[in-house]
Design a protein around this ligand. Structure first.
Ligand code: FEO
Length: 405
């Protein structure tokens, strides 16, 4: 049996996906989990489903506890495929179940399934259902992660089922934060939480801040936060709330990420004196080559740093393709509260550095112009320019960082 009772008569019945490495374009070196929860109360209630590929796996878990035909209520907190795509399979077995979801959830559900015979009730923030000994309250969280998103708070268990929010893409034998910290480390848990936020929720910081405040203002006790991916925050739900509040408020490390790609190593050679210049200003620095690094890791390292220098050679008067891919990802994530600069090498016409600053301007990131460029191969004079550029950038980053302290 692969179920776990997380609160009295409330079970994790999800699936661990050890193998997934590309999650709709987000590279997941550690796999993920599709968490969903079964409440064995008078009215048996399923909260969310699993990704369709794992439907039978999830059903085996449910069957180990109850006949699926006995499910009375199904709550769909979020209609994205990884949370809802097994719903039709559940509905085949429990056709009379009542589905609870948001208005946008109901509209979206009809785009995925033929819902004509389904009993779907829409709910909004503050609405409640009773399952017997438990009262479940819904909290709409639009754009965390999609417009339909909501959370379910189980009052008597003081349990918040938070769908995407507070999750991690991490396959593990651990189901709880404290278990994971014991088996791996707190640093790894934090890193996975930041990775998830950076790659999925970065655009929605303002909404996240407002929503967390709204939840805290409701005065509801939070003993446990159970997301639909990764670890359940059993030991330290306050840590999850604080990490999200901090990230949504622009807090990050006084650090510089140097993210680059290279053709004939000239741009790569430039990274070394730039890194030394940053380091000599007392600022930590990480150098990341794009074609040697999963995109999600590059995005995470960007997010974990107050400053980012992007390096690109010029290819056919354009930026290098892998660098363009990085800035395309970044632009969609609408980053804030970071400072950027650019560097690169060229043969004759140039263009990559100018292109990068144009991107930074479009993203409204505080930038540091004019950057540094070298022709063909960096000379010793060029290397000194690179060192000074790194130092000057680090000075500017330190100044900018003070605004967030
Ligand atoms: Fe885990 Fe927005 O889906």
């Amino acid at each position: 049996m692969n179920t776990i009772e997380i609160k009295p008569d409330i079970y994790w019945v999800g699936a661990i996906d050890w193998a997934v490495r590309d999650f709709h374009g987000y590279i997941t070196p550690n796999g993920t989990t599709y968490n969903n929860y079964l409440i064995l109360d008078k009215d048996i209630t399923l909260v969310d489903t699993v990704k369709y590929d794992f439907a039978e796996f999830g059903l085996t878990n449910i069957r180990s506890l109850v006949d699926p035909s006995e499910i009375k209520n199904i709550i769909i907190n979020h209609i994205e495929n990884d949370h809802m795509s097994a719903l039709d399979r559940i509905m085949e077995l429990a056709p009379n179940a009542v589905i609870y979801t948001s208005v946008r959830g109901k509209e979206g559900m009809a785009r995925f399934f033929d819902t004509s015979g389904w009993n779907i009730k829409t709910v909004k923030t503050g609405d409640e259902i009773n399952t017997g000994k438990y009262n479940l309250m819904f909290i709409e969280t639009p754009m965390i992660h999609w417009p339909d998103s909501m959370m379910t708070y189980i009052k008597e268990a003081q349990l918040l089922i938070s769908q995407d929010a507070f999750g991690q893409h991490y396959a593990s034998t651990s189901r709880f934060d404290d278990e994971f910290v014991k088996n791996a480390s707190l640093a790894e848990l934090e890193d996975a939480t930041v990775d998830y936020y950076a790659n999925i929720l970065m655009p929605f910081g303002k909404l996240i801040k407002t929503k967390i405040k709204q939840i805290l203002d409701m005065g509801i006790p939070l003993d446990m936060i159970a997301p639909d991916h990764g670890l359940i925050w059993r030991k330290n739900p306050d840590k999850a709330l604080k990490m999200y509040t901090d990230m949504a408020s622009g807090k990050t490390n006084l650090k510089v990420a140097i993210i680059f790609d290279t053709m004939w190593h000239s741009t790569e050679i430039m990274t070394q004196p730039i890194m030394l210049g940053v380091r000599d200003e007392g600022v930590d620095c990480k150098v990341i080559k794009l074609r040697a690094t999963p995109m999600s890791v590059a995005i995470k390292e960007f997010w974990k740093s107050r400053g980012c220098l992007v390096g690109s050679p010029t290819l056919n008067n354009e930026v290098f393709p892998s660098v363009a891919e990085f800035t395309t990802h970044l632009k969609g994530l609408r980053p804030k509260d970071r400072i950027t600069g650019a560097f690169g090498s060229y043969g004759w016409g140039g263009g990559a550095v100018k292109w990068l600053y144009n991107e930074f301007r479009q993203m409204k990131l505080a930038d540091f112009e004019p950057g540094v460029q070298v022709q063909y191969r960096p000379s010793s004079e060029d290397l000194e320019k690179c060192y000074d550029f790194g130092r000057d950038f680090a000075k500017r980053v330190k100044e900018y960082h003070k605004e967030f302290e």
